[in-house]
Design a protein around this ligand. Structure first.
Ligand code: NAI
Length: 378
């Protein structure tokens, strides 16, 4: 069977996320990177594309050139799906253009820079019927998938409390110096959107909460931290959340938790037990109960669900990491493109990106209104 022809926008040689997508796309042999515009600088993009072994004429100056040339190719040669790996402000115009020209889309998070834009993409996708994934990377980990299944099967009973934390420290080294602060696009509202911390990592926590519990967050009350008055972007925040089934919880995110790397922890407690998982040690899922010693579940064992096992490629004891997690998401997207989706939740859909944008806007709104409860609906 022929491979899916994948185009890439952004994700060039010096980008953070490009390598993750390229490895993920190659992991299960479903995709062939066929072309793209990898860098804002065309020379750099050409050099990079050549390094990837691409034909010169599939390395494009920009998205316009790519769409024009690809649309003129016979259908069996044309790029089928495009990954959008640029800074946030380009996600909306690029994804819109791709949808309107008949491509499937894989888009980095946050989906757009405003909720309004996200809804426009949703309306277009309803007409085109394209596959549209938003890469909330962490939902691909085998033990996250196992956690979702265990919660759905009632292993921890009725959920009481959901505590999700995503702590990083990297902005501490920039935030105290005005010049350094202005040199990162993540702290520029024009490029990043109205929020830095909640938009960049709080949105992962929000998605994880809804993915794992299978319920929706209905309300938020936020207390954000901007640290300096002339800084327009939050760099830390605590958000109280209420779920549609009345469970309560908290989303804690920070980029000034000095010394922290990617400390993303999920703790969910119900009336029969609790489950805990940490991104920096992703191969351990802890199951807590009142009457038994702590149990540690690991990937690849037959006691895991099929959904968890699908993405485990080697026997137990070979650690899975973030590349595997993204690889599992690309696998889910490939199955959807080939029309044989096996598992619900195998990749995060556009709808989840739209919810993420609503969360970002309502959270900032809650903070700006004086830390009040805000409903997550239109
Ligand atoms: P980056 O700044 O490291 O790289 C951005 C890349 O896009 C660069 O190669 C740049 O030259 C290229 N680019 C910019 N404008 C372009 C244009 N008009 N055409 C083609 N290429 C262009 O950014 P980073 O950290 O890789 O983030 C990119 C996106 O990935 C962001 O939306 C970010 O939120 C997301 N991200 C997601 C993560 C996840 O866990 N899912 C983790 C890190 C980033």
């Amino acid at each position: 069977m022929s491979k899916i022809r994948l185009g890439i926008l952004g994700g060039g040689a010096d980008s953070l996320i490009g390598i993750l997508h390229r490895v993920a796309a190659n992991m299960f042999d479903h995709y062939e990177i066929t072309g793209g515009a990898f860098d804002i600088d065309f020379e750099k993009s050409k050099n990079f594309g050549e390094k990837l072994g691409l034909d010169q004429d599939r390395i494009y100056k920009d998205i316009d050139a790519m769409i024009e040339a690809e649309s003129n190719l016979p259908k069996d040669k044309r790029i089928q799906v495009v990954s959008v790996l640029t800074p946030n402000f380009l996600h909306f115009p690029m994804a819109k253009q791709l949808l309107e020209n008949g491509f499937h889309v894989i888009c980095e998070k946050p989906l757009t820079t405003t909720y309004e834009e996200a809804k426009i993409l949703k309306a277009i996708r309803e007409k085109t019927g394209s596959i549209f994934a938003v890469t909330y990377t962490y939902t691909g980990y085998p033990m996250v998938r196992q956690m979702k299944k265990m919660i759905a099967e009632g292993v921890i009973g009725k959920i009481h409390k959901v505590d999700i934390q995503y702590y990083q420290g990297w902005i501490n080294s920039l935030i105290h110096d005005k010049e350094k602060r202005s040199n990162t696009w993540r702290l520029d509202p024009e490029k990043s959107g109205i929020s830095c911390c909640i938009g960049d990592i709080g949105t992962h926590a929000f998605n994880m909460a809804e993915f794992l519990t299978g319920t929706r967050i209905d309300k938020v009350l936020a207390d954000l931290n901007y640290l300096y008055e002339d800084n327009p972007m939050d760099i830390d925040g605590t958000v109280l959340v209420r779920y549609s089934d009345n469970a309560k919880g908290v989303i804690r995110a920070s980029q000034i938790a000095t010394g922290e790397e990617n400390n993303f922890c999920v703790k969910i407690y119900g009336d029969k037990g609790g489950l805990k998982w940490e991104q920096e040690n992703p191969n351990y899922l802890y199951h807590l109960t009142e009457d038994k010693p702590l149990q540690t579940l690991k990937p690849g064992h037959a006691y895991n669900s099929d959904f968890s096992l699908e993405g485990t490629k080697l026997p137990p004891g070979h650690p899975e990491g973030i590349f595997d997690s993204m690889g599992n998401i690309y696998l889910g997207i490939a199955n959807a493109i080939k029309n044989h989706t096996k598992f619900e939740g195998a990749y995060p859909d556009l709808e989840e990106g739209v919810r993420g944008m609503m969360f970002i806007e309502k959270t900032v709104d809650s903070h700006k209104k004086g830390n009040v409860w805000v409903n997550l609906n239109d």
